[in-house]
Design a protein around this ligand. Structure first.
Ligand code: GAP
Length: 534
């Protein structure tokens, strides 16, 4: 992971936000290469899910043909949205404070092991990354028992690494930054929504929130979309945009950030067909990641247990990726596919539903009235063919653009062997990004900076620029130019050489196979298009 983080900074994929002021935790900036990668990922999602979807043809594994449309709703919405969605009451994590170090942690992120010395057993914790966790627990355990290195074999460190929420009590816990035991407070709820104030007066009634998900913007526009675009059930609305969560301990590079982008679909269907659609979206979304290059071995689909399900959900599966910062055998969530039933549309219509009731009833306050009143708008759907009126069920594939970009970066990072300009094998670092995602599609090089080669290369570069993001480089040995592009993930390098001057052909070098093919200058655009899009 350290190598990936360092490459991302060195080559301009990712920078810490406000770095010159020491940075700000949980916020990341995308550099010149990173912005192209993330844009390509979002564009691929938008094309494959929304704009490129053909509603006239039934996709192979879908129950039937369906429509897809897009939306771009605001980040700040009416405060009632968050009350009816459940986020106001329920969107929280548990935090603990350390009375000794004054630090704050997310309860379920503190990891540790039981350490035994003579007849004493303490649970030693750390916030270190998975690779360093065992060493760090051992080091802290030795220090706690005041042992020297030569006495290392006198302590026993447990084989099992556990998060704190798995323990019955924190009495014998050595907190991550403490020297004595039992310094952690009881876990407390912490709402993850960022508060903000509307207008200049700023009273309690003017408090609203930065959206923690893009989904609610879709639900509150359900009727607008239905009335304005002639779509009929089943259909999906997709949205890509920023979301904000005040994570207690943002960590693992961009994996858990406080500002991030989501790519969400709310798919509306008849309740009787919702299980079928749930299965369809689950499988389709997993296939999408594989098509763009994530390997079978590093991906899993995990169905949630009943007790893990979100308050609204009757079924959820996560697509998870083996991020290298996780311990061996552990996976991190890339995307959740949730069957949300009719919770959202009914809550925005009738008032927030009580998730513990079956069938769900509007949650009442102490005065016996709805705790959070809905919009009162009719969000039901009338099927024109059958005249049936019902509240559609929703299947929601919800992906993170930043987590996606991070997974593709991790998958792409490769060290292999390739010959240098003298034919000698050297270790090379290469980012094997799928050509659709690669920030730069091709680099154009004159073999040497003379004999009319730069002029021809300029001509090719100018033509290619009209179609895709390409890069021009004429400085230094050509081998070194190839290496730079390998690290940047550029799939193709086009070289103008002496033959070009006589037959107007160039070589196209493939980043992964290193194969070089001669192509006519006039065919380069078409050739690259085929290679990139298949
Ligand atoms: N509307 C449902 C929803 O928001 P979620 O599982 O909380 O569900 C969906 O979020 C996706 O958003 C996650 O799978 C992840 O990719 C991304 N995501 C969530 N929190 C994130 C964070 N703090 N930083 C980066 N990405 C995050």
């Amino acid at each position: 992971m350290e190598k990936i983080v360092s490459l991302c900074k060195r080559r301009g994929y990712l920078f810490q936000s406000s770095e010159i002021y020491g940075g700000i935790q949980g916020f990341w900036d995308y550099g010149p290469l990173g912005v192209e990668l993330k844009r390509n990922l979002k564009d691929a999602w938008w094309h494959d899910m929304i704009s490129g979807h053909n509603e006239l043809v039934k996709p192979e594994s879908a129950p039937r043909a369906f429509e897809m449309v897009g939306l771009d709703s605001t980040i700040i919405m009416h405060p009632q949205v968050w009350k009816c969605s459940g986020h106001y009451d329920l969107f929280h994590d548990h935090m603990v404070d350390c009375r000794e170090s004054k630090k704050r942690y997310r309860f379920d992120q503190i990891r540790g092991r039981w350490v035994e010395y003579q007849d004493k057993k303490v649970f030693v914790t750390t916030m270190a990354e998975a690779e360093q966790e065992l060493d760090e627990v051992r080091r802290r355990g030795m220090k706690f028992f005041k042992l020297r290195n030569k006495d290392a074999d006198k302590i026993t460190v447990g084989n099992e690494s556990l998060t704190l929420d798995k323990l019955d009590s924190t009495e014998n816990v050595l907190a991550p930054d403490a020297k004595s035991l039992d310094t952690l407070t009881e876990p407390r709820e912490f709402n993850l929504m960022f508060k903000t104030t509307l207008g200049a007066l700023g009273g309690e009634d003017d408090t609203t929130f930065l959206r923690p998900e893009t989904a609610q913007g879709i639900f509150v526009n359900f009727k607008n979309v239905l009335d304005s675009s002639r779509v009929g059930l089943p259909f999906g609305i997709g949205q890509v945009g920023k979301s904000f969560r005040n994570e207690i301990t943002p960590r693992n590079f961009t994996f858990r950030s406080r500002e991030f982008e989501q790519m969400e679909i709310e798919f509306f269907c008849h309740p009787d067909q919702s299980q079928e659609w749930y299965r369809y979206w689950r499988d389709r979304r997993l296939a999408w990641y594989k098509e763009l290059g994530l390997s079978d071995e590093s991906l899993i689909m995990r169905e949630h247990h009943q007790e893990e399900l979100a308050h609204y959900s009757v079924g959820t599966a996560d697509i998870e990726y083996a991020f290298p910062f996780l311990p061996e055998g552990e996976y991190g969530e890339l995307e959740g596919i949730a069957h949300r039933g009719d919770f959202d549309l009914r809550s925005h219509m009738e008032g927030k539903l009580d998730p513990s009731t079956r069938p769900m009833q509007v949650e009442l306050g102490e005065d016996g009235k709805p705790k959070y009143r809905g919009s009162g708008r009719d969000l039901t759907y009338r099927d024109e063919a059958t005249n049936e009126k019902f509240v559609p069920h929703v299947v929601e594939p919800s992906a993170g653009a930043d987590r996606g970009a991070l997974a593709f970066l991790c998958e792409a990072y490769t060290e292999d062997e390739a010959p240098d300009e003298n034919g000698k094998m050297q270790t090379r670092t290469v980012m094997k990004l799928h050509p659709r995602l690669a920030p730069i599609k091709a680099a154009v090089f004159p073999l040497v900076k003379k004999d009319g080669m730069p002029e021809v290369a300029h001509e090719i570069y100018g033509e290619l620029k009209r179609h895709m993001n390409v890069f021009y480089d004429e400085k230094g040995a050509v081998g070194r130019r190839y290496r730079r592009q390998d690290e940047a993930g550029t799939p193709y390098c086009i070289t103008v050489d002496t033959d070009t001057l006589t037959d107007r052909t160039v070589t196209i070098r493939d980043r992964d196979t290193l194969e070089q093919t001669r192509v006519k200058i006039d065919d380069v655009v078409a050739d690259l298009r085929t290679r990139i899009n298949g």
